[in-house]
Design a protein around this ligand. Sequence first.
Ligand code: ZN
Length: 279
Amino acid sequence: MPELPEVETIRRDLEKEAVGRRIKTVEVKGKRSVRRHKTGTEFRARLEGRRISSVRRAGKYLLVGMDDTDVLVVHLGMSGQLLRAKSPKDPLARHTHVVITFTQGGQLRFVDPRTFGEMFVTTPAELGTEVPELAHLGFDPIEDVMSWAQFGVMLANRHSALKALLMDQKFVAGIGNIYADEILFAAGLRYDRPSDSLSAQEVRRLYRAMVETLIEAVKFRGSSLADQQYRDLYGETGSYQGEHQVYDREGQPCRRCRATVVRVRSGGRSTFLCEHCQI
Ligand SMILES: [Zn+2]
């Protein structure tokens, strides 16, 4: 599932490619992708003729602002892709569910084989009702500046295993399974360490690992895994997977100490870690 670095990569691409453009037509080919609207026509009517004025990210959601203040919300789900096409004549990928054509030419296409992703139009006022997660979203680890001391207080106020806490969108926004594992390796901390057991030095290490890992992953344009479908706006894969220290590296030597990276299964998901480096 795309996490903060992947969604942020697409947001930056959209800022270059879509902001300032006016929407000429919207074609809905797969109704499930716009399931919050009663009909595809209702979705179309709220977008056609509008100009895109901004692109924000809230956790793993893209918020595309329109010139009438409406917001087009895009959530990529498990396998969603937002792709730019230079010409309407470019061949349509399988599982293309929504096609947005700009008056200046060019298109944005929403492709989603597994259809867990979605697009819908709402108002800023209704956003929190439509997506309750957004109303209670925690701080953004790359946008919101905070001192590590503040972060330490937040950790101490919770009694939660570190990985579960990093993935709790109400605590911090945008981190999922891949980056939680990478951050905890970089911090030298185990996934199951209670958040209120950290020393000041460990708090500082965790904060730094979180910010640096995510910023680095954005630089590498995110992670594309063999079994996942993340592509940027231009249809290209990310390259941060080549930098992964533990995620999806079960049985391979730790890049730091050469011990074997292990996989632990809990709560339906896998955690990868080096038991020698992470305490
Ligand atoms: Zn190690």
